[in-house]
Write a protein that binds this ligand. Sequence first.
Ligand code: TXA
Ligand code: MG
Length: 306
Amino acid sequence: MAEVRRAAEILRAGGLVAFPTETVYGLGADASNAAAVARLYAAKRRPADHPVIVHFSSPEAAFSWAREIPEAARKLAGEFWPGPLTLVLKRSAKAKDFVTGGQDSVGLRVPSHPVARELLRAFGGGVAAPSANLFGRVSATTAAHVKEELHVDLVLDGGASEVGIESTIVDLSGREVMLLRPGGISKAELEKILKIKDKQSGSPRHSGGLERHYAPRTPALLVPPHALDAAIAKRAATVAVLAFSRPDERVDYWIRMPREPRAYAQKLYAALRELDGAHCGAILVESPPDTAEWDAIRDRLSRAAG
Ligand code: TXA
Ligand code: MG
């Protein structure tokens, strides 16, 4: 694809390219170029001390940015790369402070989206890519959503992201293997390979760990299923609703969500953006079930609700 070649050239010249991945769209820059990464942070309006994930076309290339590769990392990579998994490992000299936020570890990922893979192959090096949205906002899952929010040299269009929420982040840089962010791969899937602890407070800084993140501009409120009707009755004219049940005729803006977590994740960010666009007083979000398969979605919804 000629556009992908052009994208690789832009990256080589220190420019910014937004590209599709299977999780969400990424805003990419040459991870070895300090000025390019600085431009990336500025475009996102993201604080400079936050680490960014570096993307590669192969596990070997990714691992060359780590100085220690525990057996567990090889096993996870073997099972889930290319795919929606980010591994945090002790960094090698290739991972400079401007991508690690000054930490001694680096986040590495080999995405599976064909356009992302083609771009990473054409570019050859590591591509630093946070989600392609303004800092703190809902991630973009289509090229159109990226363009609404960011002004970059090029946006590659690879259709709607299949997973719909960000990668799962596993930290293997410490003594214990830790789940830093639930995501595209469930904890149950990971635990078929090895035991993983849930993140504790005091673990490394990461922006997905901020309280209010992945947030629409309209205040979002999580409402348990049994309380939804009463919540609507109280302020029907002024709310938008994201729920499992059929639309209620008192509400003008209602999106009905799938009861299956993968299908739900795929629709989530586009739905939040659409309801945000209705400029209501609040978005009422019916809470999903309290089971493990909904972990990543509950995580994003509770952050959206601040
Ligand atoms: O699915 C994804 O992971 C997407 C696509 C584009 O790959 N990227 C993404 O990037 O979500 P971002 O920057 O929006 O979120 C990455 C998270 C942040 O919370 C960041 O702080 C954390 O990963 N992170 C990166 N490197 C880290 C490190 N060395 N230690 C701890 N957390 C790290
Ligand atoms: Mg993000």
